[in-house]
Write a protein that binds this ligand. Structure first.
Ligand code: DGT
Ligand code: CA
Ligand code: CA
Ligand code: ZN
Length: 579
């Protein structure tokens, strides 16, 4: 948590300096350092004590001094000064797509605008277009950007919410009064963003539980405190609700508070037809009010004539009918994953060596990983001759590794016209080729679809990476005919990725389900740029489960031999290539 605070301090410094027109390279240094500190596995205090701050990526003398000042005094003088010049609320403007720091400063300096609400009003009233460098088109873009931001701003990324929930659960579980603790709501359903965190505690004595909850580190504000429910505002502006439930109705409460609301409504309607009443205390027969279920969730579903439904499926998308037909799929689980096929090392923009990544993967229990660094023309892409050297190095490493196999790979850029940034001869050297789009995303759906389909013609492509290009809350997916891509993936034997990074989750749940319907293979990859990112796999698996996927739908559940067969199936054999 301390590392996060230091990272947040550096980000604020970077943002405020950017708004004041500081040199972009310097601003980037602050963000890079912040990111590196978030990725650190050692507590930052230790680095300060041992004088090791300069080992952190992006931390030079001046940043090291600021971090030390912050750790020692809890403050940074320069930051206090900057806050006097720039209202910190202006930082929010930097999150608006298509709005740069210059514009943020301009609207503040000329019009005194400090909040997003004021900014939107000014844009709608046409008051921005007269500022230097602005016009009706830019004004329009700002309005659209604010709308995109609003649909997600009140919601928090899945991984951030889980981190907070895990911490709270870890504290409450220490209390002898807490018999059982369950994260419920959208968190348990692994939705891509979380409105608020709902935690259920089974207990017969809720007071100590609530006392501890509202006094936890990280609680910013207590919104309500009672014996059955308490709500707090936590760090990141995330609301957390804790509900205390008697053990005999824990199943009913778990069912009710897991939702989704639409799922619950359908369930209740089904109950009415069967002469049953369902609420958070149990299932009751009408009109006698005899309780027939409530202690377990399974019991609640059984009372309704249904199989238990995994939380990720509870979105009222046909799961109740499936449970009635006793046709609930055996959803994929984290344990089914045998390897991660999308990892970046420090050869491109990752922060770890290949050896360190392999070691971490062994600890997870993987049988294989693929190192898939970027290609040019990305600035941080690895040059063809270095990719060749990397292949040689990985082959050597494999000779000394018994517990894991490192597959050679690359994440090759799909260029504007659908050709790939590396030639076939080099591509043929890799075990795994991921093809992804990282530039020129604003084109028509037709052109974008043609572009990706053309990339899929290349016989060395195994996986299409983050196929819609969205960044949750920051960038809309590009326009593309996903059904056409999915159909082609199925007929070609190319996997579409569920990129498990919580800022992407791309493909999303509904697209994953479309893949299953058409028989297109899926690869779940973390896109890890650091060891801690390998944990993102759980969010990818969560998304896969929301798409009803089973282990056999996902290629990296297969043992290494079967994965290799999958990876070479489209390739021309060596002999025919030479001949
Ligand atoms: P969120 O917080 O927006 O990410 O989404 P949820 O699903 O966690 O929603 P939340 O926190 O408002 O409520 C938690 C669960 O409580 C919800 O999934 C289902 C249940 N619930 C809330 N309101 C209602 C309601 O009016 N009717 C029914 N049947 N269930 C409700
Ligand atoms: Ca919730
Ligand atoms: Ca709630
Ligand atoms: Zn990528």
């Amino acid at each position: 948590m301390r590392n996060d605070k230091v990272a947040e301090m550096l980000e604020e410094l970077g943002d405020l300096k950017e708004i004041l027109g500081e040199n972009p390279f310097k601003v980037r240094a602050y963000r890079r350092a912040a990111e590196a500190i978030r990725r650190l596995t050692t507590p930052i205090e230790e680095m300060v004590e041992q004088n090791k701050l300069s080992e952190i990526d992006g931390v030079g003398e001046s940043l090291a001094a600021k971090i030390t000042e912050f750790i020692r005094t809890g403050k940074v003088r320069e930051l206090e000064e900057l806050r006097g010049k720039v209202p910190p609320s202006l930082r929010a403007f930097l999150d608006i797509p298509d709005m740069g720091p210059r514009t943020a400063w301009l609207v503040y300096e000329r019009l005194g605008i400090t909040t997003i609400e004021e900014l939107e009003r000014a844009a709608r009233e046409g008051r921005l277009r007269h500022l230097p460098g602005m016009g009706p088109k830019k004004e329009e873009n700002i309005i659209r950007g604010i709308q995109l931001l609003k649909t997600t701003a009140q919601r928090v990324r899945l991984d951030i919410a889980w981190k907070i929930a895990d911490y709270i659960i870890g504290e409450l579980v220490l209390l002898p009064q807490a018999k059982l603790i369950l994260p419920a709501g959208s968190l348990r359903r692994m939705k891509e963003t979380i409105g608020d965190v709902d935690i259920l505690v089974a207990t017969n004595d809720s007071e100590p539980v609530m006392d501890k909850f509202v006094s936890l580190d990280g609680v910013r504000d207590v919104l309500a405190k009672g014996t059955t429910k308490s709500s707090v505002l936590f760090e990141h502006g995330l609301q957390v609700d804790v509900r205390a439930v008697h053990p005999e109705s824990f199943g009913a409460a778990a069912q009710y508070f897991t939702g989704s609301k639409d799922h619950n409504i359908s369930l209740r309607e089904r109950g009415i037809k069967l002469g049953l009443k369902i609420n958070e205390y149990g299932v009751f027969r009408e009109p006698t009010d005899e309780k027939i279920a409530g202690e377990t969730e399974e019991g609640v579903y059984e009372a309704l004539g249904l199989l238990w439904i995994p939380p990720e499926m509870r979105e009222n998308r046909g799961e109740i009918e499936a449970a009635e037909r006793r046709a609930i799929p055996s959803l994929i689980e984290l344990d089914d994953i045998r390897g991660d096929l999308h990892i970046h090392s420090n050869w491109s923009d990752g922060s770890e060596t290949i050896e360190a990544l392999a070691k971490a993967a062994v600890e997870i229990g993987y049988e294989y990983i693929a190192i898939t660094d970027h290609s040019p023309p990305l600035g941080w892409g690895v040059k063809p001759e270095d990719l060749r050297r990397q292949i040689t190095q990985i082959r050597k490493l494999n000779e000394h590794l018994n517990d894991i196999l490192i597959l050679t790979g690359v994440e090759v850029d799909i260029l504007h016209d659908g050709t790939l940034a590396l030639d076939d001869e080099l591509l043929s050297e890799f075990d795994v080729v991921i093809a992804s789009i990282h530039s020129q995303m604003k084109m028509s759906a037709q052109k974008m679809t043609e572009r990706i389909l053309r990339a899929m013609e290349n016989p060395y492509v195994n996986i299409i990476g983050h196929p819609t290009g969205r960044l949750i809350g920051q960038r809309e997916p590009y326009e593309v005919d996903m059904e056409a891509i999915v159909k082609r993936a199925a007929s070609e034997g190319i996997a579409l990725e569920i990129n498990a990074s919580p800022e992407r989750l791309d493909l999303k749940d509904e697209h994953a389900r479309m893949c299953k319907d058409y028989g297109a293979p899926i690869a779940i990859g973390t896109d890890a740029h650091a060891i801690v990112h390998l944990e993102f796999m759980k969010y990818g698996v969560g998304t896969a489960r929301r798409g009803w996927l089973e282990p056999s739908d996902v290629i990296n559940t297969k043992p290494v031999k079967a994965v290799r067969e999958f990876l070479i199936q489209r390739r021309p054999s060596r002999r025919s290539r030479k001949g």
